[in-house]
Design a protein. Structure first.
Length: 268
C-alpha cells in the first residue's frame, strides 16, 4: 500500500500541494520555469524559520551540558567505582540543572514529516485523487521528480544536470565538514569533551555509536543523489540553514560560566 494514499496523509499531502502550486503560480512571472523549484526553497525557509525557537533551545541545552561538565567530572571522581551511585547522582544532576542529554535530536525529528511530504509531492502520480501537476515542473531542464541517480541509470544525464549534482553534493559535504570542525561538541570521554556518561554493568559503550552518528551529515550528500530533485533542494537549503543558524546562535547565546552565581555545587 502506498502510504501517501492513506486518508490523513493524503489530506496533508494535498494541503502541501496546494501551497506549493499557489507559490509557484505567484513566482512564475519572476522565476519562469524555475517557479516550482523556488517555491520548494521558500517552503524550506519558512519551515526552518518556524523552527528557530527549537534551534535556540538546542543551543541552550548544549551550553547547559558544557556548564555542568565540571560537575560531571567531580561525580566521576567521587563515585567512579560505584556505577549505581554514579548513575543515580548523574541523573539527579541532570534533573536539578534541567538539562536534557538528548535535546539536540528534536530539530532533526521535527523535519522528518516535512522532507517526507516534499518527497511525496514529487513521486506520486495523483494527490488525493487528482493529477499531480508538479511532476511536469523542471529546474534547468531536469524534472523536479527525478533523481540524479535515476537519470544516470537511464543515461539521461547532461552537462547541466551533472553540474547541479556536483554543486548539491559539494555544498552539503562542505557544510557538514564545517559543522564538524566549528560547531560540533566534543564527544563524551574525548579530549575537551564532557566526562563519559555512566553505564550500568554489562551495558554497551555508546561512544562508538555517537562517533558514527557524527558522520551522518555526510550521508546526506549521498542521499541527495537518490531522492527527487525537489527533496535535494530541501536538503541543500536546510543543511546550509542549520550551519548558519547554529553559528549565529553560538555567538548570540554564549555558554555561561560553570562557576557563575546560581549554579549549585555537586551534592554529597
Amino acid at each position: 500500500m502506498n502510504p501517501y494514499e492513506f486518508g490523513p496523509i493524503a489530506a496533508v499531502l494535498d494541503a502541501a500541494y496546494a501551497v506549493v502550486m499557489s507559490l509557484s503560480s505567484l513566482l512564475e512571472p519572476v522565476a519562469g520555469t524555475a517557479a516550482a523549484a523556488l517555491a520548494v526553497v521558500l517552503v524550506t525557509l519558512v519551515v526552518r524559520g518556524a523552527l528557530i525557537p527549537v534551534g535556540v533551545s538546542q543551543v541552550k541545552a548544549a551550553n547547559a551540558r558544557k556548564r555542568i561538565a565540571p560537575k560531571l567530572a567531580e561525580l566521576q571522581k567521587k563515585y567512579g567505582k560505584d556505577r549505581d551511585a554514579l548513575s543515580r547522582k548523574t541523573l539527579e544532576l541532570y534533573q536539578r540543572e534541567k538539562v536534557s542529554p538528548t535535546a539536540g535530536c528534536l530539530p532533526m525529528l521535527l523535519q522528518i514529516p516535512v522532507v517526507s511530504t516534499i518527497y511525496g509531492l514529487f513521486i506520486v502520480v495523483t494527490v488525493n485523487g487528482h493529477p499531480n501537476a508538479l511532476l511536469s515542473e523542471r529546474l534547468l531542464g531536469m524534472p523536479l521528480g527525478s533523481s540524479f541517480a535515476s537519470l544516470a541509470t537511464t543515461g539521461s544525464l547532461d552537462a547541466g544536470t551533472v553540474v547541479m549534482a556536483a554543486i548539491a553534493v559539494v555544498v552539503i559535504a562542505v557544510t557538514a565538514q564545517l559543522s564538524r570542525r566549528i560547531l560540533a561538541e566534543p564527544l563524551p570521554g574525548t579530549p575537551g569533551g564532557p566526562p563519559a556518561a555512566p553505564t550500568t554493568p554489562g551495558a554497551p559503550d555508546l561512544t562508538g555509536v555517537m562517533r558514527t552518528l557524527s558522520f551522518l551529515p555526510f550521508m546526506t550528500a549521498i542521499v541527495a543523489l537518490f531522492v527527487p530533485l525537489a527533496a535535494t533542494l530541501y536538503l541543500v537549503v536546510t543543511t546550509v540553514w542549520t550551519f548558519s543558524e547554529r553559528w549565529i546562535l553560538r555567538r548570540l547565546l554564549p555558554p555561561a560560566d560553570a562557576t557563575s552565581p546560581g549554579t549549585a555545587p555537586v551534592p554529597a
